[in-house]
Design a protein around this ligand. Structure first.
Ligand code: SF4
Ligand code: SF4
Length: 184
């Protein structure tokens, strides 16, 4: 089950990435994102449109987290991971992450994994869940059957709206950062 319409998902997934990091290991991407943050973090924050998008995204992430707590999704995922061995954060998911997403996390005051904490799982999965504040579209835009069976229709609708705002705001920021760095 996905939050976004098929058309929106295709649009968001198919954006050109012009990756600086194609084929790089997650360790190399994290190092590159940290170097970019050191060199450009202040300049990026000084751009008023980027600063505003950072604040907007922070708010969206707060609302998302609150709704996931309220609808018990965090509790269900914790139990799934710790007791049922079913976490969907599989090994290799980190290969879909690029340096701009990592840089966004640093700009939002997040920290990145210093080593692979749980072999057999995504590199970014820590003992208390994902270490990222801003996650992949795939990670935000997914609800498994375990969750779908406990959500009421109105909760599902509310989540779709909240997650959609998080994803769209995240993409606006992602594109603004890329544009700034391309011109810098
Ligand atoms: S989304 Fe579903 S499969 Fe993934 S951790 Fe949560 S309950 Fe488990
Ligand atoms: S939610 Fe985080 S840990 Fe899980 S697959 Fe996505 S990036 Fe990896």
């Amino acid at each position: 089950m996905h939050y976004l319409s098929e058309q929106d998902r295709q649009h968001l997934m198919m954006r050109p990435t012009e990756c600086l990091d194609q084929g790089s290991s997650i360790e190399d991407k994290i190092k590159l994102a940290q170097d970019l943050y050191t060199s450009w973090g202040d300049a990026l924050r000084k751009q008023s449109h980027i600063n505003k998008l950072l604040a907007d995204l922070e708010r969206c992430l707060r609302v998302s987290r609150q709704s996931m707590l309220e609808f018990k999704i965090i509790e269900i995922c914790k139990r799934c991971d710790e007791e049922e061995g079913g976490s969907c954060c599989g090994a290799g998911m980190e290969n879909k992450i690029d340096i701009f997403l990592l840089l966004m996390n640093l700009l939002l005051g997040g920290s990145l994994a210093e080593h692979h904490l749980r072999t057999g799982s995504c590199y970014l999965l820590g003992d208390s869940g994902c270490v990222l504040k801003v996650r992949l579209v795939l990670c935000v835009d997914f609800l498994c059957d375990k969750i779908l069976t406990v959500l009421k229709a109105e909760e599902l609708l509310s989540l779709q709206k909240i997650s959609g705002e998080e994803l769209v705001t995240g993409f606006r920021l992602y594109d603004a950062i890329k544009k700034f760095l391309r011109q810098a």
